[in-house]
Design a protein around this ligand. Structure first.
Ligand code: 1CP
Length: 336
């Protein structure tokens, strides 16, 4: 309801990375799964990981347990995760043959994720919204080009700036695959979807328009053509003032605000959209009265307008689980 534009008091709540290593039951499941990709591609275990935080905290939204690198995996890329280091992919160089988007192959390789969606949809209470997701093309491309996580994104930027026509081919292919992937999630039972552009904030404005805004607009248009009623949440993390242009130009229904976005400004600059955010995940590590005050500040700043309480980025592994319960209790208590 909130994602369709109704102001609710208290606002609904879910947290990015609400499943994950801060939960002992996740660590136990993860230890039994083998590799991280094996966990993402095992529908029973991935459904269990999705449901773990819901059982503990009764969030209003359940985010599908998977990863943004399932899309390159679906394109046939050899995606691995090194313990403690993060993703490892064979780095893609300009001029090399790009992975093909073959719809049948892609659907077959990503089928376990759709089975996870169906399993979770069948298990969730009707009042809990099942949220599907994908990484945005720019963010996914950074992992494909750098071969994993990056700080400077130098190889990806040099390709995008130096040979934009060939980089466009990679982005277009990711747009196509992402549309197929998100549509399949909706058919399987996802009730809303979020597009994570975690590294949108490293792009200068023209590049941001071309590699973040334009692909998001194409994805939203294609998704809405097939599934007009499904709300789309955009998360152009770190985009600064560019977030307002993203909100106006992409056709998303809701915008997830990173921690740095001032709330009074967001209310004014994106008055037509549902807003989501933006508690600093480090507050969930710190806890105490400071956490309570910060939750209340955000809730009060968004009072009376469509809003979904969330973080400005994902929960970190050091988070004491009881602080998550505390934040939700404070949010739900203070609805006067
Ligand atoms: O071993 C483990 O358990 C690894 C930790 C982990 C988890 C729990 C990774 C590795 N991915 C995930 C799950 C995940 N990833 C979800 C599941 C649902 C939930 O939110 O509870 C989601 C939505 C993601 C999305 C994701 N993966 C993003 C976008 C959001 C964000 O955090 O910015 C990104 C950038 C990734 C890539 C990724 N996955 C994992 C790692 C270590 C990384 C690299 C992060 C980096 O480069 O900094």
């Amino acid at each position: 309801m909130a994602l369709r534009g109704t102001a609710l008091s208290p606002p609904p709540v879910w947290f990015m990375r609400q499943a994950g290593r801060y939960l002992p039951e996740y660590r136990a499941l993860r230890a039994r799964a083998g590799g991280f990709m094996d966990l993402c591609l095992d529908p029973r275990k991935a459904a269990e990981a999705t449901l773990q935080p819901i059982r503990r905290y009764a969030m209003d939204g359940a985010i599908l347990f998977a990863d943004i690198l399932i899309v390159p995996y679906g394109l046939g890329v050899d995606v691995g995760f090194r313990e403690g280091e993060g993703p490892a992919l064979p780095p893609l160089h300009p001029g090399e043959r790009l992975p093909d988007f073959a719809p049948d192959v892609f659907a077959r390789r990503t089928a376990p994720v759709m089975e996870t969606v169906r399993t979770v949809a069948a298990a969730l209470p009707a009042s809990t919204t099942l949220i599907g997701f994908a990484g945005a093309p720019w963010t996914v491309a950074t992992y494909m080009v750098e071969g994993g996580s990056s700080r400077e994104f130098s190889a990806t930027k040099r390709w995008a700036y130096g040979a934009p026509d060939s980089f466009q081919v990679l982005i277009d292919r990711l747009v196509e695959a992402t549309v197929a992937y998100l549509c399949a999630q909706v058919v399987a039972g996802a009730e809303a979807v979020q597009l994570f552009d975690s590294w949108a904030g490293v792009l200068p404005e023209e590049a941001f328009r071309r590699w973040s805004v334009a692909p998001a607009r194409a994805i939203v248009a294609a998704l809405k053509a097939r599934h007009p009623g499904v709300p789309v949440i955009g998360f152009p993390r770190g985009a600064g003032a560019g977030i307002a242009e993203y909100a106006a130009a992409t056709g998303v229904d809701a915008i997830s605000l990173d921690t740095s976005v001032p709330l009074a400004w967001a209310r004014h600059a994106m008055s037509e959209l549902v807003l989501q955010g933006n508690l600093d995940p480090q507050w969930l590590v710190v806890g105490g009265d400071g956490l309570d005050a910060e939750v209340a500040r955000i809730r009060d700043a968004m009072r009376g307008r469509p809003f979904v309480f969330n973080l400005g980025h994902g929960i970190v592994p050091e988070t004491p689980p009881e602080n998550v319960a505390r934040a939700i209790a404070v949010l739900r208590r203070g609805n006067g």
